[in-house]
Design a protein around this ligand. Structure first.
Ligand code: FCB
Length: 473
């Protein structure tokens, strides 16, 4: 462990009332996919198609969170965290994606919320972390406008059941992934490779966000509404105009498209021009952009890595799984992703903590009216149990570096209110199955046994120190 990060120095750099948490999502942890009337999601169907998940695994059991609320709550508590971010499985609550509610599915989340609150842990709920009801995919999925409308109803249903106890709501997690990995590259469920439809899907995901945000605010004006976006600083590989244009394009789709729509009510014009090569934008109806421009209190920032891009190369990024996927960059297939020579995680993602400070300060400069929260940050590394301990110095260093980057942003005046590590515990990592471990807590996937890693111990110590410093003030 680097001594630079020991002691109270880092903890003392965070403001009073800062939210300390860890995050998961429903399909990645719950298991029990056939239990208690849960409907099927697009991930249940996708994982059964050969070749979609590198180890041929699925989320049928995952880490058994559905049957074991106590274990998850105990884990959050053992780290001393003040908050837990988890997502609702839409088909567990609305098995067919319509307004018919499965009371048992809702009861699970209600019990989880109660169990967290009983331990003084604040729930942050994500409404959509990629597990669309299969019934809605059968009707066309996110390229269909009706899917967004159904999502608005789902938000109303979820909030009506839990909103008396839950204040923090993240509407959609990473619409970039849901649209472009789900409908363009096909790396994620539903595995479609339809570049034009993916742009339509992206719009409907934003419409879904707007409808959900409005439904929640209408029910509770004090609710704290957010959208979760994944951001990457983008650098051109050279001064060559082709590379500089590639950087503009990737920055446009990744960092500007969703924020401008949600927070300014308009898509960036240069990106619209790029997408016009494959889309006529007839899916944007009058009033849509106003709907999308709904009240947002906190912008949720998911940050893992940075990109260096060229204008000469196939558009496969380091994050793509080797599952025969197409391009996640519709209308931009000439772009390539290159290494900047930085150290990488087990995902091949380059590590650059300063990129997080850069993104946070840039977002604050562009959207000074919203608070910011880091709602995902973390790293996969292969872990081994040795004498009952998991020594994970690389993950530890990653978390330390990125927390210092958060503190730098706070000191630069960024209204950062929260940090959630991804993830609370090892889990099902989408197309990578169980081959990538992101947890602060190690999970034996055979027995379900959980063991706090060195990184989790360190994070827990830091959180306890930060919270007790502030309580003593
Ligand atoms: C994010 C996802 C999350 C997890 C991490 C590693 O894109 O939101 O579910 O897969 O990446």
């Amino acid at each position: 462990m680097s001594n630079d990060f020991d002691g109270p120095a880092l903890a003392a750099r965070f403001p009073a009332g800062f939210t300390w948490g860890a995050a998961t999502s429903s399909y990645q942890v719950e298991g029990s996919t056939g239990a208690d009337g849960r409907g099927k999601s697009i991930w249940d169907a996708f994982v059964n198609e050969p070749g979609r998940v590198v180890d041929g695994s699925n989320g049928d059991t995952a880490i058994d969170s559905y049957r074991n609320i106590a274990a998850d709550v105990a884990t959050v508590k053992s780290l001393g965290l003040s908050s837990y971010r988890f997502s609702l499985s839409w088909p567990r609550i609305c098995p067919d994606g319509d307004a018919r509610v499965n009371a048992k599915g809702l009861a699970y989340y209600s019990d989880l919320v109660d169990a967290l609150l009983a331990e003084g842990i604040t729930p942050w709920i994500t409404l959509y972390h990629w597990d669309l009801p299969q019934a809605l995919e059968d009707a066309g999925g996110w390229p269909e406008r009706a899917t967004a409308e159904r999502f608005g109803e789902f938000a109303r249903i979820a909030h009506a059941a839990l909103g008396d106890r839950v204040k923090h709501w993240i509407t959609v997690n990473e619409p970039w992934c849901a649209a472009f990995l789900g409908y363009s590259s096909g790396e994620h469920a539903p595995g479609r490779r339809e570049p034009a439809a993916s742009v339509t899907a992206a719009h409907h995901l934003m419409l879904a966000h707007g409808l959900a945000a409005r439904a929640i605010k209408a029910a509770d004006p004090d609710a704290i509404v957010s959208i979760g976006l994944n951001f990457y600083p983008v650098h051109a590989a050279s001064d060559n105009p082709v590379d500089v244009d590639a950087a503009r394009r990737v920055d446009g789709v990744q960092n500007r498209w969703f924020t401008e729509a949600a927070l300014r009510g308009a898509y960036p014009e240069d990106v619209v021009e790029d997408f016009k090569a494959i889309s006529d934008f007839s899916f944007v109806e009058d009033g849509d952009m106003d709907q999308i421009h709904a009240p947002v209190d906190v912008l949720s920032v998911n940050y893992y890595s940075r990109f260096t891009v060229t204008g000469n190369g196939g558009a496969t990024s380091a994050s793509a799984a080797p599952t025969g996927a197409g391009s996640a960059w519709p209308a931009n297939e000439h772009i390539g992703f290159v290494s900047a020579g930085l150290p990488v995680t087990d995902m091949g993602w380059e590590i650059e903590p300063a990129g997080l400070t850069e993104m946070l300060t840039r977002l604050h400069a562009g959207y000074p009216e919203v608070k910011l929260a880091v709602t995902e940050n973390g790293a996969a590394f292969p872990d081994k149990i040795e004498d009952g301990r998991i020594h994970d110095p690389e993950r530890l260093e990653y978390v330390q570096g990125h927390l210092a980057a958060c503190a730098d942003a706070v000191e630069a005046g960024v209204p950062l209110v929260a940090y959630f590590a991804w993830s609370l515990a090892d889990n099902f990592e989408w197309a990578w199955g169980y081959t990538k471990r992101f947890g602060l807590v190690y999970v034996d996937f055979e027995t379900g046994e959980r063991t706090v890693k060195d990184s989790g111990r360190w994070y827990g110590d830091l959180v306890r120190r930060a919270r007790s410093n502030r309580e003593a003030e």
